[in-house]
Structure formats: structure tokens, C-alpha cells
Design a protein around this ligand. Structure first.
Ligand code: PMV
Length: 317
């Protein structure tokens, strides 16, 4: 019987950027993230004679997904092949962490299909990581941590811990990004003179952000969030050739976030491997934030998200 799964993207406040040597998608730095409800990936899998993958309704030879199916067979000893249909209700491969929810959903669905029972979350986290690093965090709901050198992420706090947190994913450009995060990370590791400094700085910033999260200190957590993404982009600007994901409208939104803070609103931004900007704020400030953005940007397109649940898989038609 086919299996369906749903997962939500993992938005890093403290970024995973760079892999440790050896291992598959084992991080060089620790990350801290929130799983987002409001954006989701839905995946359906069933056995087939050969592997076939459909992404948003279109058949694809996506090497990341096909390689993951091979790794899944290696790890689980299965010799099955699969038909995979996966859909995102948000732009794919555009810097909105679609690979985190995508591989979390795929790992959970395949596991249930092949084993007939749900995997332990930690086991699923390890498995999902083989598809995309950040997917090991999407397995869990709420707030997650993934330590440097670790093969799995761990849950820190559930989605109920801080229900007022809101994320506005502001869409700048929806096309797929020119360089995937995997290649960009590797380029930074090999060529950016700032990469060693990024790795050395990572654990301290991660601890600082964790303490802020434990105290529910929004200002401090937001400040750490900004330091992390800007330092991550510093490694990219220092790469050879340089990596630039930002578009003019990305920068415009960063300036608007600065203006919101100047108005006394506790709004903080982050970005990933793409031009989109995500604004974080607390629920009481959301109407004022949106009102200001809409008055400044005539064609503003956004998706609203909040702390979400972990991956779920079930038998379906
Ligand atoms: O999981 P990947 O290989 O798509 O890498 C994710 C990298 C960032 O989104 C930029 C940061 C993160 O921690 O999610």
C-alpha cells in the first residue's frame, strides 16, 4: 500500500554552512533551527519496477533524490525500487529550505513503506541527513539543535514552547538558485579565507543563541540570528569565484527590517542559499510589521509561518 508523508522546512537561526571532512553531510559547525508550519512538502511513495521521481507533478532525474534512494537501499538493506511523488506548497530550490522538508518527508515515507512501522525519530534524523543536511532537523517539530560532527539532530523545545514566534518568508525571486547549497558550501570550504574563521566562531555563537532561546530572550536570539546569516554570507563573498545569492530586492528588505527596528519593533531577518528574506517577529508585532512592508513594497509576496510539527507518515491511497 502507498505511503504518504508531510514535513515542514527547518529554518536555521544559527546556520549550518560547511561540511566536516569524511562522512555524508556531517556539519563543520553547529546549527539551531525552527521547524515551520505554514510551508509544507507532501510526498507519496510506492514500490515500482524502477526508480521514478515526480517533483511538483513533473518527472525529474534529480540526482540528489536518486542518490538518496540508493543510499536508502544501502542503509536499510532493501532491494526495492520506488515511485516518488513530491510536492511543495512553496517555491522549490529557491532558498526556502525545500530540501529539508523534502528529504524528511521522503525518509519517513520510505521507512514506513519498507519496514511497515515508523522509525525512531533519531534514526529518521540520521537517514534524512543523507539526502540533505538540514533535513535531519526537519524530522522534529519546534526548536532543534544539530551539533558539529553529529550524524543526527536533537529536539530542544516543542512547537508549544514559544507559540508567539512568527516568520514571514518574503519572496524576492522564485526561480531555482544558480548554485546549490552543497556546491556553494564546498566552494567556501576550499577557497574562502574566511571559512576557518566561520568554523572557529560557530560554537560560541551557537551557545549564545541557545542560551537566549532558553531564556526566551527575543532581542538576543534575533541578534544572534543576524550575526549568523551575515557571517555565513561573508564566507561566500570571500570564495573564489565569489557566491552572491542576494538580489537588489533582498537588500531592500534588509534595509526595511532595519527601519522596523528603528521604529522599536523587534524584527530580525535571516537568509539562506537564495535571494528570499525571512523576517522573524513575535505575534503582537505582526500587524504593524506587515502594514509597514505593504506600504513600502507594492508587490509584496509573502508566506506566513509559525512553529510547526515534525514529520508524519501514514498509509494512503
Ligand atoms: O541542507 P542543505 O544542504 O540544503 O543546506 C542548508 C544550508 C542553509 O539553509 C543555508 C543553512 C541551514 O542551516 O539550513
Amino acid at each position: 500500500m502507498p505511503v504518504c508523508a508531510i514535513a515542514h522546512p527547518s529554518l536555521a537561526l544559527v546556520k549550518y554552512w560547511g561540511k566536516a571532512e569524511g562522512g555524508i553531510n556531517v556539519p563543520a559547525v553547529p546549527s539551531l533551527a525552527l521547524t515551520l508550519e505554514g510551508l509544507s512538502t507532501q510526498t507519496r511513495v510506492e514500490e515500482d519496477e524502477r526508480d521514478r521521481v515526480f517533483l511538483d507533478g513533473v518527472e525529474t532525474q534529480d540526482p540528489k533524490i536518486l542518490t538518496f534512494l540508493d543510499r536508502f537501499r544501502q542503509v536499510t538493506g532493501s532491494n526495492c525500487h520506488f515511485r516518488v511523488e513530491t510536492r511543495n506548497d512553496f517555491p522549490t530550490a529557491a532558498g526556502l529550505a525545500s530540501s529539508s522538508s523534502g528529504f524528511a518527508a521522503l525518509a519517513a515515507a520510505l521507512w514506513l513503506l519498507v519496514h511497515g512501522s515508523e522509525a525512531e525519530p533519531r534514526q529518521l534524523s540520521r537517514l534524512a541527513r543523507l539526502g540533505s543536511g538540514s533535513a535531519c532537523r526537519s524530522v522534529y517539530g519546534g526548536w532543534t539543535a544539530w551539533e558539529a560532527g553529529a550524524e543526527e539532530a536533537v529536539p530542544l523545545f516543542s512547537r508549544e514552547y514559544w507559540p508567539e514566534v512568527r516568520v514571514l518568508a518574503l519572496l524576492v525571486e522564485e526561480g531555482p538558485k544558480p548554485l546549490g547549497s552543497r556546491d556553494a558550501m564546498e566552494l567556501c570550504r576550499r577557497t574562502s579565507p574566511y571559512f576557518p574563521a566561520w568554523v572557529a566562531d560557530g560554537p560560541g555563537l551557537w551557545q549564545r543563541a541557545r542560551h537566549a532561546l532558553e531564556r526566551q530572550d527575543w532581542e538576543e536570539l534575533g541578534h544572534c540570528t543576524r550575526l549568523s546569516y551575515l557571517r555565513m554570507f561573508a564566507t561566500m563573498l570571500g570564495a573564489d569565484p565569489p557566491v552572491l545569492y542576494w538580489k537588489p530586492n533582498s537588500l531592500r528588505l534588509l534595509v526595511l527590517a532595519e527601519q522596523l527596528r528603528a521604529q522599536g519593533l523587534a524584527v530580525f531577518e535571516t537568509m539562506d542559499a537564495g535571494p528570499q528574506v525571512k523576517l522573524l517577529c513575535l505575534e503582537p508585532d505582526l500587524p504593524a510589521v506587515l502594514q509597514f512592508l505593504r506600504s513600502e513594497v507594492s508587490d509584496l509576496r509573502w508566506m506566513e509561518a509559525r512553529p510547526g510539527s515534525g514529520v508524519r507518515a501514514w498509509y494512503c491511497d
